[in-house]
Design a binder for this molecule. Structure first.
Ligand SMILES: Cc1cc2nc3c(=O)[nH]c(=O)nc-3n(C[C@H](O)[C@H](O)[C@H](O)COP(=O)(O)OP(=O)(O)OC[C@H]3O[C@@H](n4cnc5c(N)ncnc54)[C@H](O)[C@@H]3O)c2cc1C
Length: 322
């Protein structure tokens, strides 16, 4: 059986950040991920200056494409509201691979399934054992399922369903656009043109509200695509989107159990207003690492719960090197 002091299940932004912090302190850490990196992760890839600051990274030092938006065009029920800001977009395929490599810790390809505790040790699939276990496997995290699902049941009211596609595209309009509540969508849709000739378009909404109205995210997606075509924003492209669900932040009091922790989407930490999950994943990864290093309690109370204030004040938060 392979042993490490800390095993992190999931090498996304939460797991990679936690791994990097532990590695810096010389702690024996191993990351398990079911995918070979670089891997595709459904996500618009919007990050705030705070995310870069948390990662101790400037846009200049980031070796892949990063797009800066000085203005975002919000649309509320059809009314355009251009907002001056300072935000970024990366491509998750590149960003996650970069973060995981930068962590500098061993990564094994393994899809974790069964987890049990024996004495003071966590045993994963009778193949790996560790003293500390960190669940960073996203919405369907095995650590959450095995050790936390009863303690921390997910609130169905906070479930977001999404459809999205990112593809190479020679877009004409460089402005990032967000449409809130179009045709009664309990959420928003987005058009995110990226500097390296990619376009990300997607839609997300609260599952419970859609169900109450007898609507599906798929029907909203089709209306959205027609709208994009009508505006000449993605004309001629034949879409084949994928779907994913995740949870907005709800209760956060049960994210730690003995020497097991959950971070990022595994702990359901995305911001309540805009579903921003990369920042909370990184913040919680750092907090879990600090708790393992110092023996202090792990709490995610300090993790940002709202995004809008940072988007609206983004102009003032530009990092050095931007
Ligand atoms: C369509 C969409 C658009 C979004 N857009 C944005 C955005 O623009 N900005 C933003 O901030 N947030 C956005 N989010 C949310 C954001 O993507 C997530 O909150 C974020 O990825 C959470 O990071 P994480 O590290 O917790 O999990 P993930 O990024 O999901 O990483 C989890 C990792 O765990 C691995 N894994 C899963 N199960 C296992 C297992 N059993 N064994 C081993 N490995 C496993 C996976 O392969 C994956 O690599 C979006 C989400 C969606 C669905």
């Amino acid at each position: 059986m392979q042993a490490a002091t800390v095993i992190i299940i999931g090498g996304g932004p939460a797991g990679a950040t936690c791994a990097r912090e532990l590695g810096k302190h010389g702690i024996d850490v191993l990351v398990l991920d079911k995918c070979e990196f670089p891997r595709t992760k459904l996500c618009a890839g919007w990050i705030t200056p705070k995310v870069l600051a948390e990662l101790e990274l400037t846009p200049r030092d980031y070796p892949h494409s990063i797009t800066c938006y000085r203005r975002i065009r919000f649309h509320f029920r059809g009314v355009p509201v251009p907002v001056p800001t300072h935000q970024y977009a990366i491509r998750r395929r590149e960003f996650d691979h970069f973060l995981l490599e930068r962590a500098g810790v061993p990564v094994h390809r393994h899809a974790a399934g069964h987890i049990r505790k024996s004495g003071g040790t966590y045993i994963i699939d009778d193949a790996y054992q560790c003293e500390y276990l960190v669940g960073a496997g996203g919405t369907h995290c095995a650590v959450y399922k095995n050790l936390f699902s009863e303690l921390h049941p997910r609130d169905p009211e906070h479930c977001i369903v999404t459809m999205e596609e990112e593809f190479p595209f020679q877009w004409d309009d460089p402005e990032c656009r967000l449409w809130f509540f179009d045709h009664g969508l309990p959420g928003y849709s987005w058009y995110v043109p990226k500097q390296d000739g990619h376009l990300n378009v997607g839609i997300g909404g609260k599952l419970s509200a859609l169900k109450k109205r007898g609507e599906t995210i798929n029907a909203h997606w089709h209306r959205f695509i027609e709208k994009l075509a009508g505006k000449g924003l993605a004309g001629g492209y034949r879409f084949s989107p994928k779907g994913h669900m995740y949870y907005l932040r709800g209760r956060t009091d049960a994210v730690h159990r003995e020497n097991a922790f959950i971070i990022g989407d595994a702990a359901a930490l995305a911001s309540r207003d805009m579903g921003e999950g990369i920042g909370p994943a990184i913040e919680s990864g750092k907090l879990a690492a600090a708790s393992i290093i110092s023996g202090s309690a792990y709490s995610v109370q300090a993790v940002s719960r709202w995004s809008a204030p940072r988007v609206l004040s983004g102009r003032r938060a530009a990092p050095a090197g931007a």
